[in-house]
Design a protein around this ligand. Sequence first.
Ligand code: MD3
Ligand code: FE
Length: 204
Amino acid sequence: MADLPEGLKYLPGYLDRPAQEGLVDLVRHAVADAPLYVPVMPGTGKPMSVQMTNLGPLGWVTDKERGYRYQATHPVTGKPWPAIPEALLSLWDTVSNYPEPPQACLVNFYADDARMGLHQDKDEKNFAAPVVSISLGNTCLFRVGGLNRKDPTRSFRLASGDVVVLGGASRLCFHGVDRIYPDTSTLLKNGGRINLTLRRVTLL
Ligand code: MD3
Ligand code: FE
């Protein structure tokens, strides 16, 4: 695809249907232990439209008082996050070209009316490691810009089974999810979209 930022690797249809079903099953089991919750914006306490949970030694959380951060425990249950399943560790090994395993797997659940505004991922201390994104369920309209909020953006669709590796210069590009297209996948019984992002948080 023309004009995508340097270091962004788009792997459409990377996961076949059985592999996607396997991941949905793993996510369902994880969510039974670490329920989806509604994160709120720092300062305002305004709820995000995306529901979240995490897998791995660290998870990305946000609340009104303490803001965006990584922590080892679920903010509602207080329990450690479930482990990152082997299938995801192995996917990271294959596509990331990074020598250490991911420390966090953020699980984003988008109902068909959810979205995520344009932002940068900069709560990690390690920007050398890529972010690996896996899309499951309904197709979304994804937007990626440059290193400054006002830079021009490009939009493309991410469908179920697509994988994106955000490395190099693309790692700090502004990005967001503008919309979900209802009824574009049969993977999730009740519609919506799941995105899994695998990340390194610390510097070794
Ligand atoms: C492009 N999630 O959780 S993942 C997020 O589809 C997030 O749920 C989106 O943005 C989602 O922070 C997009 C893919 C992604 C992750 C990091 C990026 C795209 C990126 C960093 C730079 C550019
Ligand atoms: Fe992001």
